[in-house]
Design a protein around this ligand. Sequence first.
Ligand SMILES: *[C@@H]1O[C@H](CO)[C@@H](O)[C@H](O)[C@H]1NC(C)=O
Length: 341
Amino acid sequence: MANVALIIQILVANVLGYAIATFVMLRLLITSLFKPIKFVKSTFINNRKVMPKCLNDPSLGNHGFLQLEDVKIHYVACGDEGKPLMLCLHGFPEFWFSWRYQMLEFKKDYRVVAVDMRGYGESDKPSNKQDYAYNKLSGDVKQMVEALGYSSCTLMSHDWGGAVAWQVVSQYPEIIDQLVVCNCPHPGTFQKYLRTSWTQMKKSWYMYFFQVPFVPELVFRSNDLVFFDRLMGSIKNTKQTQEVVEAYKYVYSKPGALRGPINYYRAAFSSMNRPNPKMVDVPTLVVWGDPDMALNTELAYLAKKYVSNLTVKVIKNSNHFVMLDRPAEVNAAVREFLQKK
Ligand SMILES: *[C@@H]1O[C@H](CO)[C@@H](O)[C@H](O)[C@H]1NC(C)=O
């Protein structure tokens, strides 16, 4: 029965995805007709050559690469090498830089390493959607910990990084001392919740849209990646400067920068790629910025089904990007949780 429901869900996601894509393409076509040259220039020729200074801020540490089994991973690390490892996994559409407030806070006590996940930023970008299956993503994290010379870590995660972290803790609980997940439902509960919650279904329209090839990438690139102006503008409690917006645009203007990130969603809606959730005892903190435009807050608590030692901290008046929007509150909640160990 579960499989029938899943197949219907994937089918519906595709039908809706193509319907939305048709509408979006028409809109894009109509607006581009009025200013064709501007549209083409701003969409296809917006590669940025100069790295904004904030991406090389020495207080955030040094850049490096890890060669894993089938991908090379870019990271930025700060804090002394002898200290315990705090590994940070970002979400969509972001990169290592989204953890900067946490890097500055926790480098006093940890070796903090924020990676570009596979497909993102300066990390390798395999081209097939199968390359973004849960097992590949969790395998990367296990290899990252080893490549950094550690046997375990405190794992920090947000959004898609959270989905990966949930998979890692199911498959390799021994490599996680304590787990922090920000604004990401447990994959073991999300697909079913999506089928039964109308409000969540409406919030998830973009996930259906991402099932379509090519069009989502085009939409993100259009009008000089204006999406990132909107995204950073939606963060109200901290000042996201123009330089910060430029940092995201610098990374996402690179050719092929969007395909990997969107392929995470394409792989997730493939019936061959199911998460494999197991009950775990790893102490886990779920931080939830509320109200999240993409995810119902109720989802924070559903992780109980898979986590015996769960703490939930809802942070009000925050958008989805809680570690950027309310960094002081997130850092305080994480610190309190980590100190209980
Ligand atoms: C849950 O984890 C915390 C550490 O975050 C620990 O102090 C506490 O003893 C754990 N509780 C149980 C029931 O294992």
